[in-house]
Ligand binder design. Structure first.
Ligand code: UD1
Ligand code: CA
Length: 455
């Protein structure tokens, strides 16, 4: 397969009413342009050129390493956009797939079908079309009595009877490279928008006796072009549905797909159950037999097998098998929990490693700490890791028992098996096996309460 791809993505996306270039808006956790590039890559295309213009720098860094970039300085139309890719394809002999950066639902199989019908028919150009309920905004496909393609007419240039046509141009084409750029050079902007229309090349080819095909798509949702944020949400809904269906069919239970949000890259193991109002984002990987949610958000995290996480927020953290998180826990970046760790209600962990079987069950802050195995962190324990200038580490050895409401003023080391007295503010290291206690002796004033009452 000798196939290159050009993705047109220089337009501003005026109707998005956004500071961000249109193709950088996200759907299910990834930008529109990324979804298109991924579909092209999954189809096996090796050479991809993205035409950038509006927000060129940002779009360029988004596609870096995955595509070459051609700059269209002025947006003079889709044909003009494609022209900008010419220097990157000089001498290229095969077929060129052209698609738009704003059709994020497109799938590799559809691109391959288009390519195959194009090459099998020996066509010079093939356009992918679809029949839709509401064709507003799209170019209409005009066919003759024999059903052959005559031309594509844009909505703004269409006669009233042409506006009735429900077969539309998806904006996805396959061209033979031979002669393409020479023909593009000859197009003129004779239309309502004064733009160089790529669609005009089809009529030109037909008039010159070149072979032009049109392939109709069954599921038009795939080619949905995003022009505003209503369509963005619509596309998100469809992609989300696809992702959740795939997960369910692979053995994941999703109690309520309508209130569950999973990004495209996420992986979830079999027999994991996801409860409602849960967001699983980025490159998160979840093992088997977990219970996730309700009301949980996981971002770029790795979760072992048999883990339960409820009502919690977890970012860039790793959890070993059989951990139990929440309710109402907050795991911040750099948290690494070994097997069987418990982080309970209203506990926050940041950039800390916690060993197998250790527990932080209630109301604690653990930051910049290294905690051994089978350690119990009493309720209300705080690592005082920040002195106003620097962050300092806390180390707690295996089997230590930190009494409730202990302040561990870092840098500080608690030895293996050591104990701290409840309410202590520990500023000095506690040796292994020792008790560290720091608090005023209790004094009882006898009959004090009775005397107060009598006053
Ligand atoms: C285009 C098609 C229309 C089709 C529709 C499908 C033309 C003339 N019309 O219309 O037939 O039904 O797509 O969604 O081709 N772009 C550039 N540079 C430009 C202009 C556009 O890179 O100078 C890019 C845009 O960023 C976008 C794509 O080309 O990704 C399509 O442009 P857009 O303005 O959205 O075209 P439509 O009016 O939707
Ligand atoms: Ca469009």
């Amino acid at each position: 397969m000798n196939l290159a791809t050009v993705i047109l993505a220089a337009g501003k996306g005026t109707r998005m009413k956004s500071k961000l270039p249109k193709v950088l808006h996200k759907i299910c956790g990834d930008t529109m342009i990324s979804h298109v590039i991924n579909a092209v890559a999954a189809a096996g295309v090796k050479k991809t050129i993205v035409v950038v213009g509006h927000g060129a720098d940002r779009v360029t860094s988004e596609v870096a390493g995955r595509a070459q970039v051609a700059l269209q300085e002025e947006q003079l139309g889709t044909a003009h956009a494609l022209m900008q890719a010419a220097p990157y394809l000089s001498g290229f002999q095969g077929e060129i797939l052209v698609l738009c950066g704003d059709t994020p639902l497109i799938e590799a199989s559809t691109l391959l079908d288009l390519y195959h019908s194009h090459t099998e028919a020996g066509s010079d150009a093939t356009v992918l079309t679809a029949t839709v309920a509401d064709p507003a905004g799209y170019g209409r496909v005009v066919r003759n009595d024999r059903g052959d393609l005559v031309k594509i007419v844009e909505q703004k240039d269409a006669a009233p009877e042409e506006k009735q046509i429900r077969e539309i141009n998806t904006g996805i084409y396959c061209f033979a490279a031979a002669g393409l750029f020479e023909a593009l050079n000859r197009l003129a902007p004779n239309n309502a928008q004064g733009e160089y229309y790529l669609t005009d090349i089809l009529e030109m080819y037909i008039s010159e006796g070149r072979r032009v095909g049109a392939v109709r798509l069954d599921d038009p949702i795939e080619i949905m072009g995003i022009n505003d944020r209503v369509q963005l949400a619509e596309a998100e809904k469809h992609m989300r549905g696809r992702i959740l269906n795939e997960l369910m069919l692979s053995g994941v239970t999703i109690i309520d797909p309508l209130s569950t949000f999973v990004d495209k890259q996420v992986r979830v193991g079999r027999d994991t159950v996801i409860y409602p109002f849960t967001f699983i984002e980025g490159d998160t990987i979840i093992g088997e037999d977990c219970v996730i949610g309700p009301n949980t958000r996981l971002i770029n995290s790795v979760v072992g097998n048999g883990v339960s996480i409820q009502n919690s927020l977890v970012t860039e953290s790793c959890m070993g098998d059989l951990c139990s998180i929440g309710p109402f826990a907050y795991l911040r970046p750099g948290t690494e929990l070994a097997r069987g760790v418990k982080v309970g209600n209203f506990s926050e962990i940041k950039k800390s490693t916690i060993g197998e079987g250790s527990k932080v069950p209630h109301l604690s802050y653990v930051g910049d700490a290294t905690i051994g195995r089978n350690v119990n962190i009493g309720a209300g324990t705080i690592t005082c890791n920040y002195d106003g200038h620097n962050k300092w580490p806390t180390r707690i050895g295996d089997g230590a028992f930190i009494g409730s409401n202990t302040n561990l003023v870092a840098p500080v080391n608690i030895g293996a098996g050591a104990v701290t007295g409840a309410g202590s503010t520990i500023t000095k290291d506690v040796p292994a096996g020792a008790l560290g206690v720091e608090r005023a002796k209790q004094k009882n004033v006898l009959n004090w309460a009775d005397r107060e009452k009598d006053k």
